[in-house]
Design a protein around this ligand. Structure first.
Ligand code: AMP
Ligand code: MG
Length: 431
């Protein structure tokens, strides 16, 4: 979706001025917010790491093979290496009987081993095919007796045969700069003898919570206080995307405290604060942006939940002022911070899959990019989605129960049961 979006500056100012949902220049649509963020990202530098530590890291280089895998033709089965023509006309009543002239195990040598007409060599899975042989018959399809193997059906050429280079050829570009390494990719690197690989550096991500009402886990809690939930959910998300989270503590609701913590946070590549970004008397985050010379790019997004959401830049650092409520903290992370982290790390694929599913209940909406917590299932080969209940921004239970976000764009006033709606699969890898 993101690549199709128009730049914020494409929208005539007069449009924004006239439009009730964008009363100020720093109020933006959902698409504009995503676009502004992505346009602000410059990818980080590279580092070399062991492939054993490279899971989910993003490649900084193309990987081109300098060899063939397999290196030689080898056997896909335990059995006998034979010449297929020797089984011509073989049947249960008239089996081909081939004299066994040797054995090759996986890792074994083929030197001096040769299959000629009327002979066979016992061979194990992964062992090189000996000279002369052009096929392998599985043990299960044979009988061995007195130094001979009996084969009671015809065997085609290249049966159970793995060709040199059929997995990877010399010169193949097997992985690409910007790929996020998964286990199979790491296996490819191992097969090509890479012990280390060049990847994008991980961004350091400072996490700040704001609010006098917050108590960290294990701290004594007073009436009227709540647990600092957001730092934990954000920590988890940052780790999931391979950022390095740095928790800087709770900023009290004073200008001075908030400023001090933000100053420390600006040592990181990315800063995420939660709370203190709306219109309350003690919401200082926006003031801190201008105080610390952070160039504010937007301060309100036409999205529900989570419209109080600020984003700014200072040098190459990205600063996010996310909403305080636990659900929009997470949904805003998924929509805004996650793609930024992935782009910082050079990832090519940054979009969560969006599919269309039959909605199982009515949902009302109104002129806002509405993200509704939902549960996506497949019934009779069709995609279905229902909501996970109470959609207040403070109800984390319905986010915990969700595996997707139902997207109702700004232009619609709702969706009815039975309609097909767009659904973003939040637990799936980026595609
Ligand atoms: P604020 O924008 O600071 O007014 O916060 C909005 C709501 O989110 C308030 O109910 C806060 O108590 C709540 N909130 C803010 N920060 C956190 C946090 N770190 N963990 C859980 N709830 C929070
Ligand atoms: Mg607050």
């Amino acid at each position: 979706m993101i690549h199709m979006l128009k730049n914020v500056f494409d929208r005539p100012q007069s449009f924004k001025k006239k439009c009730a949902v964008y009363p100020k220049d720093l109020d933006v649509s959902f698409e504009e917010a995503q676009n502004i963020i992505l346009n602000s990202v410059s990818p980080l530098s590279a580092e070399d790491i062991s492939i054993m530590e490279a899971s989910r890291r993003v490649l900084y280089e193309d990987i081109v093979s300098d060899t063939m895998i397999p290196r030689v033709d080898d056997s896909a089965m335990d059995g006998y290496a034979i010449i297929a023509a020797d089984t011509r006309g073989a049947s249960r009543n008239n089996p081909a009987a081939l004299r066994i002239v040797g054995e090759i195990q996986a890792g074994g040598s083929v030197i001096g081993k040769h299959v000629s007409r009327g002979t066979a060599i016992r061979i194990m899975t992964g062992a090189p095919i000996p000279e002369g042989a052009d096929s392998v018959v599985r043990f299960e399809d044979t009988e061995e007796e007195a130094g001979y193997v009996k084969i009671s059906s015809e065997t085609a050429e290249f049966n159970n045969y793995r060709f040199a280079g059929e997995n990877i050829k010399e010169g193949d570009k097997v992985l690409q700069k910007g790929d996020r390494l998964r286990s199979a990719d790491i296996g490819i690197l191992a097969s090509l003898n890479y012990d280390a690989v060049k990847v994008y550096r991980q961004p350091t991500v400072s996490i700040i919570s704001t609010g006098d009402e917050l108590a960290d886990i294990g701290e004594a809690i007073q009436a009227g206080q709540i647990r600092n939930v957001n730092v934990c959910t954000l920590y988890s998300e940052v780790k999931k995307y391979n950022g390095i989270p740095v928790y800087l503590g709770i900023a009290k609701d004073t200008l001075q405290d908030t400023r001090e913590i933000f100053l420390k946070a600006l040592k990181s590549d990315v800063v995420i604060s939660t709370g203190g970004v709306s219109m309350g008397k003690y919401d200082f985050v926006k003031e801190i942006f201008s105080d610390l010379g952070i160039e504010m790019q937007f301060e309100r997004v036409n999205v529900k939940p989570g419209s109080p959401c600020a984003f700014g830049k200072k040098d190459n650092k990205l600063i996010f002022g996310l909403p305080g409520n636990p659900v929009p903290t997470l949904t805003s992370f998924i929509q805004f911070v996650r793609p930024a982290l992935l782009r910082l790390m050079g990832a090519r694929r940054i979009e969560k899959p969006i599919v269309h599913a039959y909605l199982e209940e009515d949902i009302r909406s109104a002129g806002v990019h509405h993200l509704v917590r939902g549960y996506f299932t497949i019934k009779n080969n069709e995609f279905h989605v229902s909501t996970t209940g109470n959609q207040k921004p403070s109800i984390l239970r319905s986010m915990s129960a969700a595996n997707c976000l139902i997207i109702l764009p700004e232009a619609v006033t709702g969706a009815m049961a039975g309609e097909k709606v767009a659904v973003q699969l939040i637990d799936h890898d980026e595609i």
